[in-house]
Design a protein around this ligand. Structure first.
Ligand code: TXE
Length: 481
């Protein structure tokens, strides 16, 4: 069994209380590692280490901070296969996906923010009356990044990299469900020789170690990605100390297909949007809105393509869909499918656990990709985030109704729309209550652009200089001359 350890003050340490929890492999349903059940004592040690390291890191030239990030990225790239295998083992996703998407994108995060460290600038405002203002952008000190299980290394580096680039020291908490790649990252940070205390990685449960991080007085800013309910808990816990918050939360994202869309591209794109990573991406388009005149033809093509998705052993190169991340999440998704049935939904394909041919995966947590129609836009199935391989189909008549359905949830993270009419694309995009809109594509990401949601999908934006701004405090200096 692998023993995962905390990374505190440059060392790999067991938890202070010597308490541990089991880590499970979703594809086999077997335990394969144990990880620290950290608590407030571990957080205290990490916060003190980060605080001690801060002055040195803040005063390290940006070009040198960039070099550290590149060095860590080089080591991940060198060991890409080991990281991809670990990510797949932890999450249940196909190794091919971890190899082509998660790990390379984690490397890109580190390299992007290495460059941003040297390019980041602030503003100056000359006044007409013989005075000038300039704004210093200074790191906060100790900051926290709390990340979820669906894209573990990608989302962890998405927080760590800008925080370090901007000169902060970091307490990072990966999801307790998927701690393995964060542990490998800690090992590579030691190999790279990253100064002690600059980055600390704490493992454990959200309600215990996560809560201790959020409420620790030295932690000045928190960047969180995860569920909306947890986001609310964190916002409430952070509020009394006025901590700066960036919350990237859930979604119930629409894919809107107009009758004039490029048919094949729309079918391909909306299936990918709904089912990539077993539907476990906050940006997944789980509600597919189809203009009524196209509905029957589109539905049939969509279902045919979903039926062709191969559910199987994540190790198998032919697998499109791996296992769901945990037994609890499997229950949640199966519960959502049962609810859809009681709400009157027709299951067009899937709707049950998937049996997988590979013998080692007999006890794994697999679900058939599922497509449901016949439900109203306001029912729970179409309002609540399922975060699994489940898509609902909804017909609509005209732009106004498409927008009413698309905007008719408490979420507002991402949307995709499919049409050949340029005017319509711009018109509809501007009216979607959504932090991100893709037109005739999905998940095409430019790391410079702001990323985040509106309404219950969160507050704040990550990505590019937005992230650098989040991890710095503007201080204005006004000079009369
Ligand atoms: O995530 P949590 P869960 C959605 C998805 C999923 C649901 C719940 O619908 O079914 O959220 O997933 C840490 N203080 N998303 O329960 O709890 C936790 O340890 C501080 C959407 O697995 O939000 C983990 O590191 N930290 C999503 C992180 O928060 C706390 C991705 C996320 O866990 C904490 C994942 C606390 N009180 C799930 N409680 C997305 N937006 O991408 C938990 N944590």
């Amino acid at each position: 069994m692998t023993e995962i350890r905390n990374y505190i003050d440059g060392e790999l340490l067991p938890p202070a209380a010597n308490a541990w929890f089991d880590v499970w492999e979703p594809a086999t349903g077997r335990r394969f590692a144990r990880a620290p059940e950290s608590d407030a004592a571990d957080v205290e040690a990490a916060a003190q280490a980060a605080n001690t390291a801060f002055a040195g890191w803040r005063d390290t030239p940006a070009a040198d901070r960039a070099r550290w990030l590149h060095r860590i990225a080089d080591l991940i790239e060198r060991d890409l296969e080991e990281f991809a295998q670990a990510e797949s083992r932890d999450t249940g996703k196909p190794v091919s996906l971890a190899r082509s998407l998660d790990i390379p994108r984690a490397v890109s995060n580190l390299r992007f923010f290495a460059a941003a460290a040297t390019q980041f600038a602030s503003e100056a405002h000359a006044m007409e009356s013989g005075a000038i203002n300039y704004t210093l952008r200074q790191p906060h000190g100790v900051v926290a990044g709390i990340s979820p299980w669906n894209l573990p290394l990608y989302l962890l580096t998405w927080k760590i990299a800008p925080a370090l680039a901007a000169g902060n020291c970091v307490l990072a908490k990966p999801s307790e469900i998927t701690p393995l790649t964060a542990f490998l990252l800690a090992q590579r940070c030691i190999e790279a020789g990253l100064p002690r205390g600059v980055l600390n990685i704490l493992h454990g449960r959200g309600g215990q170690v996560g809560q201790a991080i959020v409420t620790h007085p030295l932690v000045r800013a928190i960047s969180f990605t995860g569920g909306t309910v947890t986001g609310r808990t964190i916002a409430a816990a952070a509020a009394p100390q006025f901590k700066k918050l960036s919350l990237e939360l859930g979604g119930k994202n629409p894919s809107i297909v107009f009758a004039d869309a490029d048919f094949d591209a729309a079918v391909e794109g909306t299936v990918r949007a709904a089912f990539t990573n077993q539907g476990e991406i906050c940006l997944c388009g789980s509600r597919v809105l189809i203009e009524r005149s196209l509905y029957d033809r589109f539905r049939d093509a969509f279902v045919a393509k979903v039926r062709a998705l191969q559910v199987g052993d994540p190790q198998d190169p032919g697998t499109d869909q791996g296992a769901l991340v945990s037994a609890a999440h499997l229950d949640k998704v199966m519960g959502a499918i049962a609810l859809a049935r009681t709400e009157g939904g027709r299951i067009l394909c899937g709707g049950a656990r998937a049996s997988v041919t590979s013998t080692r995966c007999r006890e794994g947590w697999f679900v058939q990709p599922t497509v449901i129609e016949g439900l109203g836009a306001d029912c729970r199935t179409n309002q609540e985030e399922i975060f699994g391989p489940v898509a609902t189909l909804l017909p609509f008549d005209g732009e106004a109704q498409a927008l009413a359905i698309a905007n008719g949830t408490s979420y507002g993270l991402a949307a995709s729309l499919w049409s050949r009419d340029n005017g319509r694309c711009h018109r509809v995009a501007a009216q979607l209550e959504s932090g991100l809109v893709w037109v005739n594509t999905w998940m095409l990401r430019d790391l410079r652009t702001p990323m985040g949601g509106v309404k219950h999908s969160g507050v704040g934006r990550e990505g590019g200089f937005e992230a650098m701004r989040f991890f710095t405090e503007p201080r204005n200096v006004c000079i009369r001359y």
